[in-house]
Design a protein around this ligand. Structure first.
Ligand SMILES: Nc1ncnc2c1ncn2[C@@H]1O[C@H](COP(=O)(O)OP(=O)(O)OP(=O)(O)O)[C@@H](O)[C@H]1O
Ligand SMILES: [Mg+2]
Length: 223
């Protein structure tokens, strides 16, 4: 599904190296966890896969399409990817429902249908009673489930999650992981997750270790 070829990512006119020659693949339907110490380039790699960051050198392919040929990266992202972040990134002045619906702006189809789907997704994620709540009145686990609904509303092929349980207690972590497993079974979506949490990496099909902007050879394992 995703093929990364010899990707390097430098910042500050080359003074900082975030990625230092990465080659990797993600298969259709696969759940991959990326682990490694702080600053080793995990978020950078996720951002490159999600077209949020353009590699300095190298190429990434999504279903054989090279990223350098993508004309409209924001449309491409909306069509293919769902993003989940550690700090949820919800809009504080919008209700749970509107935080999900907002991701459909500019997408084809009538607004009424988008709203209907958002309601269904929130209900499926156990938030039927929280639809009209604002983020500040919700627990961390509830907020993250709203963010998951937002990531799913446009039927993505690939979920990119950066420390999705990093701000959650163990009960909320279990809930969020349960929701993620359910989604995988129902929809066959691929997932790449960056995590420090063994509870999360323990659920992945494959764990990739990074260090100093590289994938550590021989430390990758399937489970
Ligand atoms: N926008 C940026 N400008 C300059 N340097 C950056 C930028 N983004 C990341 N870096 C640097 O690139 C390196 C990799 O950062 P990255 O955020 O990918 O690490 P990480 O593995 O996600 O770390 P953490 O576990 O702390 O989130 C770090 O040295 C970081 O300081
Ligand atoms: Mg990071």
């Amino acid at each position: 599904m995703v093929r990364i070829e010899n990707v390097a990512l430098h910042f500050d006119d080359g003074k900082t190296t975030a990625l230092n020659g990465i080659s990797a693949t993600v298969e259709e339907g696969e759940f991959v966890a990326i682990v490694g110490p702080s600053g080793c380039g995990k978020s950078s790699l996720l951002n490159v896969i999600g077209t949020l960051e353009r590699p300095t050198t190298g190429e990434v392919y999504f279903r054989c399409q090279p990223y350098s040929n993508i004309a409209d990266a924001s449309l491409f992202r909306r069509q293919h990817f769902g993003f989940i972040f550690q700090s949820f990134h919800l809009i504080p002045t919008l209700s749970a429902l509107d935080n999900v619906v907002v991701a459909t702006i500019g997408c084809p189809g009538p607004a009424r249908e988008h709203t209907q789907r958002a309601r269904q997704l929130l209900a499926q994620l156990g938030l039927r009673d929280r639809i009209d709540h604002f983020p500040r009145t919700m627990s961390g686990g509830e907020r993250q489930r709203v963010a998951i609904a937002r990531a799913l509303i446009n039927n993505p092929d690939l979920i990119l999650a950066d420390e999705p349980t990093g701000s959650l207690d163990s009960v909320s972590t279990e809930q969020v992981l349960g929701v993620i497993s359910e989604i995988r079974q129902q929809r066959g979506i691929s997932i790449v997750v960056v995590t420090h949490d063994p509870e999360v990496s323990g659920r992945a099909d494959r764990v990739v270790s990074m260090r100093d902007g590289k994938i550590e050879p021989g430390k990758e394992y399937r489970q």
